[in-house]
Design a binder for this molecule. Structure first.
Ligand SMILES: Nc1ncnc2c1ncn2[C@@H]1O[C@H](COP(=O)(O)OP(=O)(O)OP(=O)(O)O)[C@@H](O)[C@H]1O
Length: 229
C-alpha cells in the first residue's frame, strides 16, 4: 500500500478531558486509486488528512507513506518525507501573491533541492497537464478561482508525490469548474499513480472514486458498506 493508516487513534485536549477525533481508524490506499472520505462536519475527516500528511502525530497506531513507517521519525525526517512523497491540496489555494504560476511550482521543487535548471521545464509540463499552459506567467490575481485551484494541484504534484491528500478542492468553485478540477484529479491519479485521498461533501463526486469511506464520530465505517452509501 502506498498509504497505510493502521489502527490510528487521535485525541485533542478538551478542558479536563480529551476529545477523540480519530478512533481506531484503518485506511489503505493503493497507488493509482482515489478514496473519498465523506461524513458530517466535525467527524474527523481533516484530522485524518493531517495524520496521513504527518502534520499531526496520533496517540497510537501506524502511518506508513511510500513504504516508510513514520512512527519514531524526527521532525526533520518527516519534513523530508512530506517534501518528497506527499502532495497536499487544501480548500483555499494559498498561493504566494507575488509569484507567477510557474514560479509557485518552481519554489516548491527548489525547496526539495532538485536541480534548478530542470525546474522551469517541469513546471511548464505540469501547468500544461492541468490546462494552464498559457497562464504560466500570470500571478494569482490574474487567474480565476478554478485556475488558482489548478495551479495548487499542479504545485502539489511538482515533487512527484506518491500520496496526494486533497481537502474539499472544489468547495469554492461553481459546479462546472468543480467538475473540471475533479476530472483533473482522477486523470492525474491514474497517470501518475498517486494514492489519492479526497475529503468531499459533494456526493456528485463519489461515482468517480474507486472507494468511498464514511467518517462518523472519528470512526471509519466498513468500506464495503460505505461503497453503497
Ligand atoms: N486542533 C484541535 N484542537 C482541539 N480539537 C480539535 C482540533 N482540530 C479538530 N478538533 C476537533 O476534532 C473533531 C474532528 O475535527 P475535524 O476538523 O477533523 O472534522 P472534519 O470532519 O474535518 O470537519 P469539517 O467537515 O467541518 O471540516 C471536532 O470535534 C473538532 O472540533
Amino acid at each position: 500500500m502506498t498509504l497505510l493508516v493502521h489502527d490510528v487513534t487521535l485525541t485533542y485536549p478538551d478542558g479536563e478531558s480529551r476529545l477523540t477525533a480519530l478512533d481506531a481508524v484503518d485506511l489503505d490506499v493503493p497507488a493509482g486509486t482515489l478514496t473519498a472520505v465523506v461524513g458530517p462536519s466535525g467527524s474527523g475527516k481533516s484530522s485524518l488528512l493531517a495524520v496521513a500528511a504527518t502534520l499531526v502525530v496520533p496517540d497510537s497506531g501506524r502511518v506508513v507513506v511510500a513504504g516508510q513507517d513514520t512512527g519514531g521519525m524526527s521532525a526533520a525526517q518527516k519534513s523530508a518525507l512530506r517534501r518528497e512523497h506527499i502532495g497536499i491540496v487544501f480548500q483555499q489555494p494559498n498561493l504566494l501573491p507575488s509569484l507567477t504560476a510557474a514560479e509557485q511550482l518552481q519554489v516548491m521543487a527548489h525547496l526539495s533541492g532538485r536541480p534548478s535548471r530542470q525546474l522551469r521545464r517541469r513546471a511548464l509540463e505540469l501547468l500544461d497537464a492541468v490546462g494552464l499552459a498559457d497562464k504560466a506567467d500570470k500571478r494569482p490575481h490574474q487567474l480565476s478561482g478554478g485556475q488558482r485551484q489548478r495551479v495548487n494541484i499542479a504545485r502539489a504534484l511538482m515533487n512527484e508525490p506518491a500520496v496526494l491528500l486533497v481537502d474539499e478542492p472544489t468547495s469554492a468553485l461553481d459546479h462546472e469548474r468543480g467538475a473540471a478540477v475533479l476530472d483533473l484529479l482522477v486523470t492525474l491519479t491514474r497517470e501518475r499513480s498517486t494514492a489519492t485521498v479526497l475529503v468531499t461533501h459533494d456526493r456528485a463526486h463519489l461515482d468517480r472514486m474507486d472507494r468511498t469511506v464514511v467518517m462518523t464520530d472519528g470512526r471509519l465505517s466498513d468500506p464495503v458498506a460505505a461503497a453503497r452509501v
